[in-house]
Design a binder for this molecule. Structure first.
Ligand code: FES
Length: 130
């Protein structure tokens, strides 16, 4: 069973959608089920994640965990965001059916993908500036 808070987030995800002014995007897929998670970040010049949004095509656990991941990264530095684990996501999520825990792992993976994209963009810009 899912926790009450997980079901509430599933019905009303706060962070669903695209993000105006996003300067990084992460995308990952789960080959086993075909689900896809996308995370958009707006990162300040100082490397602080000002805002985050997501689009997830997937199961309840996938959608809820990406919504939580957006909350967890907001206001953090990109280095700190990389330290967010599946456990942090599950702590917010509450009860999850055991067979769905692997879906929530995608949330920390999509954070890593978005941060990697941000770093790539930064490198590209640095090269252009030379
Ligand atoms: Fe695909 Fe949950 S069943 S991520």
């Amino acid at each position: 069973m899912y926790s009450e808070q997980a079901m509430e987030r599933f019905k009303n995800p706060k962070n669903a959608g695209t993000l105006k002014g996003a300067n990084a995007k992460g995308e990952i897929g789960n080959a086993a089920c075909g689900d896809i998670m996308k995370m958009y970040l707006r990162v300040s010049d100082a490397g602080i994640i000002e805002d985050a949004k997501f689009k997830t095509f997937g199961c309840v656990a996938a959608i809820v965990s990406t919504d939580i991941a957006c909350d967890l990264v907001r206001g953090k530095s990109i280095d700190r965001a990389l330290k967010i684990t599946n456990k942090d996501v599950l702590n917010v999520m509450g009860d999850v059916p055991p067979q769905k825990i692997h879906c929530s792992v995608m949330a920390s993976e999509v954070i890593a993908a978005a941060v990697e994209d941000y770093r790539k963009q930064q490198k590209k810009q640095a090269k252009k500036g030379k």
